[in-house]
Design a protein around this ligand. Structure first.
Ligand code: PGA
Length: 252
């Protein structure tokens, strides 16, 4: 069975002191949470903390991730961070196309696809986010929207698509406390899995995470679904006990 991935998305939260406290809490509880079983664990931190967190997670069994990456390799792009720079600091994962970036920074499907490509070209695994808004769900557009978002990434990345992590995050569930039911999530995950399968013979190895108010109470039901291979966790990733409970629910 595929090893599940629990990735924390810290968003724009943290401080040197708070990061240290959070990671020391995770460090202290991680082996008990895993209980001799296995799960992949990552924290996607604000880019300014990459160096600090690289030191803190050293030998801890927690991978380092970030929340965005430039489409460009280098040059006159003020404020951007390239994939090669991130790789230099041991970054394993980069979230791309989070709904907050699509919404507040106008990122298009094509830019998200190029960001995934930029990450892959430096050996960083992109965690590609897709998901519908409440209005799109109510209009019966869920499948259409997530397939359109994933199609752009497949188009730009070709056979490398089997190297990504995909995250289904219904926008209406992010930070709202409203989670998709396990059945609602599984049915979208199955659609995404089929789309990946049509694009790559290795689609079975792509982890498809669920994100959107996943928490200590609902994680095990979500993670029990056939095509839910992990979670992208916002709010609950800032509390060591909650994050550890989710990791325990993912351990196999
Ligand atoms: P949430 O955020 O868990 O706080 O809903 C998830 C995300 O935005 O990745």
């Amino acid at each position: 069975m595929m090893r599940k991935l629990i990735a924390g998305n810290w968003k724009m939260n943290g401080s040197l002191a708070a990061n240290q406290a959070l990671l020391s809490g995770i460090h202290d509880g991680l082996s008990a949470a895993l209980g001799g079983k296995h799960a992949d664990v990552a924290v996607c931190v604000p880019v300014i903390y990459v160096s600090q967190v690289q030191q803190l997670v050293h030998n801890m069994g927690v991978a380092l991730g970030v929340q965005d990456v430039s489409v460009h390799a280098q040059g006159a792009y003020t404020g951007e961070t390239s994939a090669a720079m991130l790789k230099d600091f041991g970054v394993r994962y980069a979230i791309v196309g989070h709904s907050e970036r699509r919404q507040y920074h106008g990122e298009t499907d094509e830019q998200v696809a190029l960001k995934a490509k930029s990450a892959l070209s430096s050996g960083i695994t992109p965690i590609v986010c897709v998901g519908e808004t409440l209005a799109e769900r109510e209009a019966g557009q869920t499948e259409h929207v997530v397939k359109r978002q994933l199609a752009a990434v497949i188009h730009t990345n070709g056979h490398c698509i089997s190297e990504i992590v995909l995250a289904y995050e219904p926008v209406w569930a992010i930070g709202t406390g409203k989670t998709a039911t396990p059945q609602e999530a599984q049915s979208v995950h199955a659609v995404l899995r089929a789309q990946l399968q049509a694009a790559s013979e290795h689609a079975q190895r792509v982890k498809i995470l669920y994100g959107g108010s996943m928490n200590a109470a609902n994680a095990s039901d979500l993670l029990a679904q056939a095509d839910i291979d992990g979670g992208l966790i916002g709010g609950a990733a800032l509390k060591p006990a909650d994050f550890l409970t989710i990791i325990a629910a993912a351990a196999r």
